[in-house]
Design a protein around this ligand. Sequence first.
Ligand code: XMP
Ligand code: MG
Length: 184
Amino acid sequence: MPLMHPHPDVDHVLLTEQQIHDRLDELGAQIAADYADQPPILVGVLKGAVMVMADLARRIDLKVEMDWMAVSSYGSGTKSSGVVRILKDLGTDISGRDVLIVEDIIDSGLTLKWLLSNLRSRGPRSVEVCTLLRKPEAARVEIDVRYVGFEIPPEFVIGYGLDYAEAYRNLPYVGVLKRSVYEG
Ligand code: XMP
Ligand code: MG
């Protein structure tokens, strides 16, 4: 059930819990069909993709594996620094494997571009991307994203794994953060 009383720091709810789950139903079915002969290893990007990974993986009716990477491209602000650091690496050797990266959001695309080349250098059979959200800015970077949940406007969003200064990840919906919260 969508929350009827959004958090006071939320300007408006962009995607309700129901809308997210309905879309994940579709993506899960599509991924299960596409990977029927070659179950993928799902690589979730911490921490933002935790909710997407949990809800998406349960909708993929295949013998998938799950692993995690943590990378950092954002500080506590709202703009991509372009500098990516590995905070936690995979525990799995992905050579010869079919990898499906699970992301919360693609904004500038810089993080993902870096991640793709990093994972490709490890000799996987394939690497594809599933992101819940994509902002328009991402169109400027040439990356092929096979599964996109929602195209969203260029606003700073929180909830469903997405944070501002590490807060709001536990909101069950995606909302636009009030500008007053980060502009002071
Ligand atoms: P880039 O710009 O490299 O950024 O594609 C990807 C990462 O930036 C974070 N990000 C956001 N986080 N609300 C958030 O909570 C947003 O609106 C937002 N836009 C980008 C996110 O960590 C993502 O993985
Ligand atoms: Mg983040």
